[in-house]
Write a protein that binds this ligand. Structure first.
Ligand code: ATP
Ligand code: MG
Length: 336
């Protein structure tokens, strides 16, 4: 049986962009394939402590799982939910893979270059986390790892590490699918990028400084509606989808489509020929506030205990699979 694997960092609260661009597509993919594939949804809590943590990590871990369920994730015996730090094999595999990785290849990672540029002191974690990511993937023989473009290079690194290990020691790891096949599997070629509401040339980011730039999943619905009403637009005066010249308006059309699970094309047609930006904003503001109040109500209805029960079952499964894989490499390295 093939395996899909995904994780979402929990070091800060999630934005509407994270939800529409990462969480929701993952839930749809999981529901589509969980009858025929393993779906591993893990909380990368060890990754979450690399960089600033501005929430209570344990609370946010539970909350992130509630978002998956509130977004419609269907559970069955193929869906495995676990916390990375509760499966010690991740850390051990990281160390073994470190001994098979080079400074050169890790130094070439764009994310590392970007995150360390101009800094006097850089955490080792920022440098090494792609190897931990490889461990997360290879421990479970994962085939599909739905990630954004920013992680493609790390996926390639994972494939290289797996091939190198197999060349040296025989058949240890399953090689994850090539990036282009991952993209095909995900079915969203361009990848959705929700834009910053104040500076729509940029994508919405949780680390944006201005509160008006981003909608947090914990925002009060009326606060979120206000942010939409004050979103930056343009002076073209036509409601049409043109990300280059009208990123603000295009972003609103995109949000409206995704929240209501409508094809973007349908939303564009509905507004074609319209000129009053205020009307579009009112519509999107009402969609966003209805969406948030539903989501928050659904989340509130899920108990912490239910999430802990899922962790208990999922972590027993994950430890079993991961320990077996770890032992294989330990034996190859003559540690066992
Ligand atoms: P940061 O500002 O700290 O980089 P972020 O909001 O960009 O935070 P990440 O943790 O980098 O969030 O990404 C989590 C997931 O959300 C990734 O899969 C990423 O591709 C997706 N994502 C992030 N921002 C957006 C966005 N604006 N639109 C769609 N998807 C997004
Ligand atoms: Mg980011």
């Amino acid at each position: 049986m093939k395996t899909i694997l995904t994780g979402l960092r929990v070091g800060s609260e999630l934005t509407l962009g994270n939800f529409l661009g990462a969480l929701l597509p993952m839930v749809r993919l999981a529901n589509k394939y969980s009858s025929e594939m393993n779906v591993n949804i893990f909380v990368p809590d060890l990754h979450s402590i690399v960089g600033p943590v501005d929430v209570d990590l344990r609370k946010n871990t539970v909350l992130s799982l509630k978002y998956y369920l509130a977004a419609g994730l269907k559970l069955n015996q193929n869906v495995h939910i676990y916390r990375q730090s509760y499966v010690p094999a991740h850390s051990e595999m990281l160390w073994l893979l470190n001994s098979l990785s080079t400074m050169g290849e890790l130094s070439r990672m764009t994310q590392f270059k970007e995150k360390s540029a101009g800094k006097k002191s850089v955490d080792v974690g920022i440098f090494d986390y792609p190897v931990l990511m490889a461990a997360d993937i290879l421990l479970y023989d994962a085939n599909y790892i739905p990630v954004g473009e920013d992680q493609f290079q790390h996926l390639e690194l994972t494939r290289n590490l797996a091939m190198r290990t197999n060349n040296k020691f025989g058949d240890i790891f399953t090689i994850p699918e090539k990036t282009e096949d991952q993209v095909k599997f995900m079915g969203n070629k361009e990848g959705v990028r929700i834009r910053d509401l104040v500076n729509p040339e940029k994508k919405m980011s949780k680390s944006a400084r201005s509160e008006n730039s981003k909608i947090m999943l914990t925002d009060k619905p009326e606060v979120a509606a206000k942010k939409i009403m004050s979103a930056t637009t343009d002076s073209v005066g036509k409601i049409q989808y043109d990300m280059f010249n009208q990123p603000g308006i295009s972003n609103l059309l995109q949000i409206e489509a995704l929240i209501n699970d409508k094809p973007l094309q349908d939303v564009i047609s509905t507004w074609a020929g319209e000129t009053r930006y205020g009307d579009l904003k009112k519509q999107v503001a009402s969609s966003v506030s209805a969406f948030l109040s539903d989501l928050q109500e659904n989340v509130a209805a899920i108990s912490d205990d239910m999430i802990y029960e899922l962790f208990e079952v999922g972590e027993a499964y994950a430890n079993d699979i991961a320990d077996k894989k770890l032992l294989k490499l330990q034996k190859a390295l003559k540690l066992r």
